[in-house]
Design a protein around this ligand. Structure first.
Ligand code: PEP
Length: 254
């Protein structure tokens, strides 16, 4: 299975012109990549224009999707609408959305809706802080179990699970670096939870890491962190930095 690098642009950049420029430079930088799946998740409003920029290497993802198909849901966007724009991936349950009130139950409904629309969910889970009694293991277990409740076995290999410890994300005040050992420990823990719940099918799904990933540590996470890919936020807004991460992944995939 190919490794995957997913850029989360969040609410950036401020103008369409800048978004088109950044995407074009990324597309050029990624043009020689062969072994890495590359995804960019821009704000909704840029998706249509970016889908017209020619690149066979970069796929588009959205940063959210609603769980209803159509109707009176002001401000929401459905999976089908995204599918119409040739979007293939959807980030769900990001910690920044959870901080605005999104619950595991909502994320669960969104995952099912996105799968039904034929898209690939990128489910984000991760603890806000680490406590000495290791209660954070329990917290991520609950996140995984509640977000994946009722998801059919046949779908589990399609879902990408991103471990994103909030304490390591670049915008978290007093943040700390997570290590590849932290990532490896969680990846093993996730695999156990998933195989208990979904059986052997679970081993075909991908687990990735996100939290201030840069060219300095991307190789370490990919080699020693037990993950099949990375989810850079801030680094995906800098074409040079993002392409550097892709190139590291390419070299390691040889
Ligand atoms: C994120 O919030 O998904 C993220 C990983 O951001 P950053 O790389 O900026 O920490």
């Amino acid at each position: 299975m190919k490794k995957i690098i997913i850029g989360n642009w969040k609410m950036n950049p401020p103008t369409l012109k800048e978004a088109e420029q950044l995407f074009s430079v990324l597309a050029k930088g990624a043009s020689s990549s062969k072994k890495t799946e590359i995804v960019i998740c821009p704000p909704f409003v840029y998706l249509e224009k970016l889908s017209k920029i020619r690149t066979s290497k970069i796929k588009l993802g959205a940063q959210d999707a609603f769980y209803e198909e159509v109707g009176a849901f002001t401000g929401e966007i459905s999976g089908e609408m995204l599918d119409n724009l040739r979007v293939k991936y959807v980030i769900l349950g990001h910690s920044e959305r959870r901080a605005l009130g999104e619950t595991n139950e909502m994320v669960n409904q969104k995952i099912k809706a996105v799968l039904a629309a034929g898209l690939i969910p990128i489910l984000c889970v991760g603890e806000t802080a680490r406590d000495e009694s290791h209660d954070y293991f329990n917290l991520v277990k609950i996140q995984l179990e509640e977000c994946l409740a009722g998801v059919k076995k046949t779908f589990i290999s399609k879902i990408i699970i991103a471990y994103e410890p909030v304490w390591a994300i670049s915008t978290t005040p007093n943040r700390k670096d997570a290590t590849s050992a932290d990532s490896l420990e969680m990846a093993i823990f996730f695999k156990k939870i998933l195989s208990d719940k979904f059986g052997r099918e679970a081993s075909r799904g991908r687990i990735i890491y996100g939290g201030s990933v840069s060219g300095k540590d991307a190789g370490d996470f990919l080699q020693n962190g037990g993950v099949d890919g990375l989810l850079p936020g801030r680094a995906s807004l800098d074409a040079k930095k993002f392409v550097e991460i892709i190139k590291i992944c390419e070299v390691l995939s040889k």
